[in-house]
Design a protein around this ligand. Structure first.
Ligand code: GLP
Length: 256
């Protein structure tokens, strides 16, 4: 494996910050969110699930408990949720967010929004309602993002249109494999609702996190490959306020 020293990181159109540790990157992003919320207490934040985000939420909880950060008026919008999964299922993204962040801060549950079908809604109505709530909240100030090992963003799998909006998607094979740890084999979800790439790109700031050696290959692809639908995350470079935060392992051991 070559390391990033030889890769076109500085010339890349993806702004990258390689921190000394994962904890440093998590603290930096949590601090940015905290500063944003203190300046605009009613702002809309785009949240993400996945192992990558655990430390960011832990740090936000700490900022709430120890440094007086209030999230009472913040509106949150999560990127995605499995289709037809009960909110209380232990592997639902709603459960994950409740356990990691919502129930441990003063965030109000009615201000936490997921792309899910509410009683009586059609799929299209649910997707339209999700987008309408983002607009009504004034648009997303900051969107947190992880990257799937196939380059997906949220559940925008390879092949996704960079202009796509919130919609139903079929999950890719790798994504279902990665979800296997959380479900009985016959229950691994096949579909989800996801914020679209076009929706994500409308957030004012995008903060993308990738940690650990397991993300090294996808990070290299993101930095080196041209934009294409095969690599959904490659559309990120269209954004004018993007930062990719890496730890030494995902960056290939090189400090910029
Ligand atoms: C899931 C989520 C993505 C997330 C990805 C990576 O598929 N839908 O939003 O970025 O997993 O997960 P992890 O952070 O666990 O590597």
């Amino acid at each position: 494996m070559t390391d990033l020293e030889n890769a076109p990181v500085r010339g890349s159109s993806v702004p990258v910050l390689v921190t000394d540790s994962r904890a440093e990157a998590e603290a930096r992003v949590a601090r940015e969110i905290s500063d944003l919320v203190r300046a605009r207490p009613r702002c809309a934040l785009g949240l993400a699930t996945g192992r990558t985000m655990a430390g960011v939420y832990e740090e936000l909880v700490r900022l709430h408990r120890e440094e007086g950060l209030s999230l009472a008026d913040v509106r949150t919008f999560n990127l995605d949720e499995y289709l037809d999964l009960h909110a209380d299922h232990r592997a639902s993204f709603r459960t994950q967010m409740r356990e990691r962040l919502f129930a441990r801060t003063d965030l109000r549950v009615e201000n936490t929004v997921f792309p899910v079908v509410a009683g009586g809604q059609s799929l299209q109505e649910a997707c339209d309602a999700f987008e309408a709530r983002i607009r009504a909240a004034g648009g997303l100030e900051l969107q947190l993002l992880g990257i799937g090992r196939n380059g997906h963003l949220a559940f925008n799998e390879p092949g996704s249109d960079p202009d796509s909006r919130t919609r139903r998607v079929e999950l890719a094979r790798e994504t279902r494999e990665d979800a296997r740890a959380d479900f009985a084999p016959e229950d691994v979800p096949r579909a989800a609702l996801t914020m679209g790439l076009g929706t994500i790109l409308e957030a004012r700031r995008l903060r993308v996190l990738a940690f650990g050696a397991g993300k090294r290959d996808i990070v290299r692809r993101l930095l080196e490959e041209p934009e294409s639908r095969d690599l959904p995350a490659s559309c990120l470079r269209r954004h004018s306020d993007l930062l990719l935060l890496l730890d030494p392992e995902s960056a290939g051991g090189t400090k910029q």
